[in-house]
Design a protein around this ligand. Structure first.
Ligand code: PLP
Length: 405
């Protein structure tokens, strides 16, 4: 008898029928497929898509030293264990959250492989097919795709220059056939709009969620990067029984894949069980690396890179003022990595993208950030990873593209 492994792979592919699960359908369409194709065709275009820290601002030397020291625990760190996370790292995270105004007990912190995994763990623990999840409209596309993959119906909430329009939520909630399983929100320097919910709105959202018994899931990757204005505490400060997702992806580096969930019990225990079956634990050497790198360093590092990002934001906003025609409007972000541009209601930034790329500039079309891709007249610019001269030149180019229709 011929064993399957004795046959060439090409034959096995032909004989096996691959039937993808319903669950992966939302993964098939992605803005990155469109953008990667376009960037490959137009390598000289200025690319405003990256939501990552600038490479030159990643503290590589500090991380290298921390990594070497992390191996000091030897085989002690190389067995299974620490599903909840390396204890000193959880303590460091808890201390940082207290400074933000959203204290959490280290025992309420679950270390995960970035907030993306945090979202997945929460979604696995909570979502049944047919559940409703409310998100900001627009929001982070990978959150929508992920929740949809658990067969949830993802519904956008109205937004304005101050984030979720909480006053309109009671009517939206009353119109739904069932209450949402949770509300997913990025209240601070939102991806993609850059807007921040003021304290009063956070309080109103927390009150509404409490009155209606709805769980809040707050995703907070960008709050360390405030360039001006007053700090606003996380939503968790107003709703201590909410779920908080944090990450070192923006403050240190995304490739480390270290983030966390802070969640109240008994939800925490469900999340822990999911994490255990998902991947047993985070990389234990990497958790030590991040702890050693961050301890006694992270605040100074953030203060330093914040100045660089502020200059980039200001360069971009200045160039937008100078070069973009009146049809483009935006809200000035007080922090984070993004600026969102709205064009007139009938505009279609998907259709415009090819022409923009031909004109030497690539942005992320806004439709990808709305559940169902319902709105087409916005676009996202990221300023974190581009030097100032490119940020300015790109706006000169975009201005020309927008001026000609
Ligand atoms: C709002 C939001 N959530 C989550 C993520 C993913 O972060 P992580 O690298 O921690 O998984 C990002 C990354 O861009 C983001 O913007």
């Amino acid at each position: 008898m011929t064993h399957a492994l004795d046959r060439p792979l090409s034959q096995i592919r032909q004989t096996r029928q691959i039937r993808p699960s319903r669950r992966i359908a939302p993964f098939a369409e992605s803005v990155w497929l469109v953008i990667d194709g376009l960037s490959a065709q137009r390598p000289d275009a200025i690319y405003y898509g990256s939501g990552a820290p600038a490479r030159e601002l990643i503290p590589v030397d500090r991380l290298r030293e921390a990594s070497a020291a992390a191996w000091g625990d030897g085989a002690g760190a190389l067995g299974y264990g620490e599903t909840d996370g390396y204890a000193p790292l959880r303590e460091l995270i808890a201390a940082r959250m207290a400074v933000l105004g959203a204290p959490a007990d280290p025992a309420e912190i679950l270390v995960v492989n970035g907030s993306q995994e945090g979202m997945d763990v929460v979604a696995r623990a909570l979502l049944e097919p047919g559940d409703i999840v409310l998100v900001e409209g627009p929001t982070f596309p990978e959150a929508v795709r992920l929740f949809a993959s658990y067969e949830a119906e993802v519904v956008g909430m109205p937004m304005d220059a101050e984030g979720i329009v909480v006053d309109e939520l009671p009517a939206l909630l009353d119109a739904l056939l069932q209450p949402p399983k949770f509300i997913y929100a990025i209240p601070t320097f939102q991806n993609p709009t850059g807007v921040t919910m003021p304290a009063a709105r956070r309080q109103a959202l927390a009150d509404l969620a409490r009155d209606r018994g709805i769980l809040l899931v707050e995703d907070d990757p960008y709050s360390a990067f405030r360039y001006d204005g007053e700090d606003v505490p996380p939503l968790r400060a107003y709703a201590p029984d909410s779920v908080y997702l944090g990450t070192f992806s923006k403050t240190l580096a995304p490739g480390l894949r270290v983030g966390w969930i802070a969640a109240p019990r008994p939800l925490y225990d469900h999340l822990f069980a999911v994490k255990e079956c998902l991947n047993i634990s985070n990389d234990r050497v990497m958790m030590r690396t991040v702890h050693r790198a961050a301890d006694g360093f992270l605040d100074d590092h953030i203060a330093q890179v914040r100045d660089a990002y502020r200059s980039r934001r200001d360069a971009l906003l200045g160039a937008m003022e100078e070069y973009l025609p009146p049809r483009a409007t935006w809200v000035r972000p007080e922090g984070g990595f993004f600026v969102w541009i709205d064009l007139e209601e009938e505009a279609d930034t998907d259709a415009l993208l090819e022409r923009a790329a031909a004109g030497g500039v690539i942005y992320l079309p806004g439709s990808w950030f709305f559940p169902g891709r319902t709105k087409k007249n916005g676009l996202r610019l990221s300023f974190s990873a581009l030097p100032e001269e490119k940020l300015i030149e790109g706006m000169r180019r975009l201005g020309q593209v927008l001026a000609t229709g």
